[in-house]
Design a binder for this molecule. Structure first.
Ligand SMILES: Cc1cc2nc3c(=O)[nH]c(=O)nc-3n(C[C@H](O)[C@H](O)[C@H](O)COP(=O)(O)OP(=O)(O)OC[C@H]3O[C@@H](n4cnc5c(N)ncnc54)[C@H](O)[C@@H]3O)c2cc1C
Length: 381
């Protein structure tokens, strides 16, 4: 049983009210226009929702993981891009800096990120290294107090709003993950350029694309963690990011269920509500149980993180299960809506498009499926 205290329920109610007022009237437009809803995100930031689990001294809200998860899930019920925006500091972009960054880096980059006053990007993926992060090809050479980076990153998100990027290169590819270094690079650094990929199928409001690093000189002050330990920074970021991906997927799945219930009652075919057909009921039953089980995985992970566990395999399980379940639920919702699923007058088409992307980002699900079994089999990964 997932239970919330009075404070958490009040937080959820505030988000529901906020989203009905701010997000619902806009979400179809900004999805269609591939526009990041910055003005709405800034209003949510003023209410403290971007701060997440980041400690207050670094601009965060100092929340426990459970309350944070509830925030991400509730925003995502209306728009998972809003959920993502509330998770960047605690997840993919900020958590590696919180764990490995210097005090100066936390003050300069993490604090404004948690406060929602500045934005970052996390550049891990490359054209030839997605799942296999350790095989990245971006090179790092040392030159006095500077590191010089050359390479290309691919599918990096927030290119339109990011003021800086947390990214990775290798001092020596033969060292594998032991050669990787992490850096924060300001957007206006010479040699750094962003090239968005337009008209994506899903995740449309987020501008993702190519980042080129051409003789980019980075002061040693901007090395995150130690030389050769950048892989740990990347893994911290993606593992914390997985909780928010799973919570976002659970939020979207709930939206699919609620909208399908309403539509199944209202749509009349052969003189009766389609909800009277047993095959529609079967889909709804699967949705109800899928949503419940996804939320169980997600809040179990939050519970373990609140207890201080790294919960690596539970992160994989929650991410894989919640996003695979969302893919099934969104497919069933689309079927229930029939032709209207294709129309962007309704939300289910967007849920369906986004569901597929959820299975790929922050570790594609075939990888997570392997990692969980390898752990159980005691195989080293
Ligand atoms: C909209 C969007 C936003 C993104 N944002 C970011 C971002 O902000 N930052 C960032 O760094 N990246 C980002 N990514 C990239 C994303 O994280 C990668 O696409 C993902 O890690 C998979 O890498 P790949 O696409 O290179 O797949 P590949 O590694 O080429 O894998 C392709 C397929 O091969 C199979 N496969 C590969 N390895 C294994 C394995 N070990 N076990 C089983 N099967 C396997 C799987 O079926 C997999 O789907 C984004 C991607 C998208 C689509």
């Amino acid at each position: 049983m997932i239970e919330f205290d009075e404070m958490q329920l009040n937080v959820a109610k505030t988000i529901h009210d906020f989203c009905k007022e701010e997000v619902v009237p806009q979400v179809k437009n900004y999805d269609r226009e591939e526009r990041y809803p910055l003005e709405i995100i800034q209003k949510a930031a003023q209410l403290g929702f971007t701060g997440g689990v980041i400690p207050e001294k670094y601009g965060g809200s100092g929340l426990d993981w459970k309350t944070y998860t509830l925030i991400i899930e509730t925003f995502s019920y209306y728009c998972h891009v809003m959920g993502l925006a509330m998770s960047t500091a605690s997840g993919l972009i900020g958590s590696g800096i919180l764990k490995y960054g210097t005090e100066e880096q936390k003050e300069k980059y993490l604090k404004p990120l948690a406060e929602g006053k500045s934005y970052g990007a996390a550049g891990v993926t490359e054209p030839n290294s997605g799942t296999d992060v350790a095989s990245l090809q971006t090179t790092v050479t040392k030159d006095g107090d500077y590191y010089v980076l050359n390479g290309t990153k691919m599918w990096i998100s927030f290119l339109d709003v990011a003021d800086w990027i947390l990214t990775f290169g290798t001092l020596d590819r033969s060292l594998g993950h032991k050669g990787i270094c992490a850096f924060i690079i300001d957007k206006d650094t010479p040699g750094l350029s962003f090239h968005p990929i337009k008209n994506k199928v899903g995740f449309r409001p987020i501008e993702s694309g190519e980042v080129v690093l051409n003789e980019v000189r980075v002061n040693k002050e901007n090395l995150v963690g130690e030389e050769g330990k950048g892989f740990n920074v990347a893994m911290t970021a993606v593992e914390n990011g997985r909780l928010s991906v799973a919570a976002r997927a659970a939020g979207v799945a709930r939206a699919c269920l609620d909208e399908s219930l309403q539509y199944a009652k209202e749509r009349i075919v052969f003189g009766q509500s389609i909800g009277k057909f047993q095959l529609v009921q079967s889909k709804i039953t699967d949705m109800i149980i899928g949503v419940e089980n996804s939320r169980y995985q997600v809040y179990k992970l939050a519970y373990l993180k609140d207890k201080g566990y790294r919960a690596r395999y539970e992160s994989s399980a929650a991410k894989m299960y919640a996003t695979d379940t969302l893919m099934k639920i969104a497919t069933d919702a689309y079927q229930i809506f029939g032709a209207y699923g294709c129309s962007d007058e309704f939300n289910v088409g967007r849920y369906f498009r986004d569901a597929k992307v959820f299975q790929i980002v922050e570790g594609q699900n075939d990888l997570h499926r392997s990692l969980i079994a390898q752990n159980a089999l005691d195989y080293k990964s």
